[in-house]
Design a protein around this ligand. Sequence first.
Ligand SMILES: *[C@@H]1O[C@H](CO)[C@@H](O)[C@H](O)[C@H]1NC(C)=O
Ligand SMILES: *[C@@H]1O[C@H](CO)[C@@H](O)[C@H](O)[C@H]1NC(C)=O
Ligand SMILES: *[C@@H]1O[C@H](CO)[C@@H](O)[C@H](O)[C@H]1NC(C)=O
Ligand SMILES: *[C@@H]1O[C@H](CO)[C@@H](O)[C@H](O)[C@H]1NC(C)=O
Ligand SMILES: *[C@@H]1O[C@H](CO)[C@@H](O)[C@H](O)[C@H]1NC(C)=O
Length: 514
Amino acid sequence: MKKHSPLKIAFGAIFFMSICFCLYNFEAIGTSLKLSRTKHIESLDFNTTLTTTTNLSSKKPAVASKTGKQPAPTIDPKDLDVEQIEADFPMGYKNPRSWFLPLPAPDEKQLLQVLTTEQRELLPSLGSQAQLSKKKLEKINSFYGINREGGWQDHLEILDDDGLAPLTKWAQKYVYDHQHPTSCEGKKFYILEEKARWYGLGAAVRVIFRELELAISVGRILVLDPKNPPGGNLVGKDCGKYRGRNASIECLLEDITSCAAYATPENSVREISLGTVIPGGNKFVPPLPAVALTTYMKETGLAVTGAFLRYWWHAQMYAYVFRPNRQTLARMVEMRTNKTLHTAVDTGVRDEDGNGKTHSVPFPLPPSTLSIHIRHGDKAIEGRLISTRDYIVAAERFVLRNPISYRKRAFVTTEDPSVIKDIKKTTGINPVGTAYSNPSWYCPFQNLRMSENRTDAMIMHIMQLWMAVECDAFVGNRNSNWNKLIDSIRCTLMDKCRAPYLDAGYSADWLHFP
Ligand SMILES: *[C@@H]1O[C@H](CO)[C@@H](O)[C@H](O)[C@H]1NC(C)=O
Ligand SMILES: *[C@@H]1O[C@H](CO)[C@@H](O)[C@H](O)[C@H]1NC(C)=O
Ligand SMILES: *[C@@H]1O[C@H](CO)[C@@H](O)[C@H](O)[C@H]1NC(C)=O
Ligand SMILES: *[C@@H]1O[C@H](CO)[C@@H](O)[C@H](O)[C@H]1NC(C)=O
Ligand SMILES: *[C@@H]1O[C@H](CO)[C@@H](O)[C@H](O)[C@H]1NC(C)=O
């Protein structure tokens, strides 16, 4: 374990996540968690003070107002979070100008009456434009392996370079070709055995690619030890059986090399010391990719920092290692398209217990859905824990600032079941998020009971990450392997790298994490 800091151990312990696809509607925010949407809209007359109540954090000042008859609450700015002060209308603020009053939503029924038949006939085709474009749909299908002929290399070809991390197609081919040479004869190998059985999937992938980058640096092909392969503990014992192998991470993911059968004690090592790293480079990035990115950046007129080089390269490495194989993709599609596994919650319409109304979840997720990955659990020992509230505030601020393209609709994943409970009861936090968007968050979620079958449970986990990448904006805290994975995969195996990523946490907590 010399090469990995003790922090890594905790880093690996991601297990299962609950998912919540919130169709968060932002509009007005109820004064009570139990307020139904209808009631809520009724209360939206011009003299109503919009207020919010949320139980997510004790930091929140208590605010309440039901009707316009009550005076606006007085709030001491000291009690507000930065986000709330920054919000364009701090709670209780009233702009006296008449144009500042909330506008009523259009009354479709009344308006339809004034349209001609011809005009009404236009509507269905206009409505259908809310769907994902054909091109985007094809990419998402291919991302899941649906209707895809070739492998991951073929998938990459259909992606737009613009939306990918720099040099992704080249970098992926470079690593792939290193691990899949035209001939395996005469090659040298580095055999990696399982060293940390307690690691979760994200950390296991990370451990493998840290060794892979070393192997590439010294010109060896990385092979997983067939007797004690990494990731065997993550999956069922029978997982490798279908191809006559021991259980390993390779029963979920593509084989890391096509040359495994050529590794012998004579042409292999089982340890590579960090001391072998080339002077001038850094210990993470092999020489060619390091110079390749430097050259690319020079063309943009900007310099490469060591941290950026490493982050970029690690995104490439996550992508190379984390390619689900055919069997896994097929099972992921089964799960993704199984309607009974997914439910969406409209947090604006509540039942007696304060839970939102449920809906079905489409495949793919509708355009402009946000992915929110909330990492709690053991993260506290590695960096500051970010509250659920902070993630939602980050998302709401973004939606409020991008009113044309984004709405309060989110796909929330977390390993902390209490987060999902909170989310289902949260219509919104920022009282003014309501001006442009829907009133409350709308979230799809899966009631994923941990499967008895470890392999299946792990595949479900991967499917959740794929669903996150179906989204068009990302909220997370990169002080977590799984968030880094989401960030990497969206930039490499999908072309969503220019989609916004909102970090709800502190950059200092992840910036220099190796
Ligand atoms: C709002 O309150 C003011 C003063 O109480 C009243 O004059 C006005 O008619 C009210 N507006 C609405 C839309 O109820
Ligand atoms: C939410 O907050 C209200 C008022 O502070 C409190 O009465 C209620 O018990 C809280 N609910 C939960 C689920 O914490
Ligand atoms: C699986 O592991 C066992 C024990 O480590 C080993 O004896 C066996 O050869 C391995 N099977 C294969 C197919 O490599
Ligand atoms: C969908 O999932 C449910 C719950 O796991 C399962 O019982 C059902 O067989 C699945 N349906 C299909 C078509 O796979
Ligand atoms: C566990 O799930 C995997 C993947 O869906 C499947 O191939 C395997 O047959 C299952 N194993 C058992 C014992 O049900």
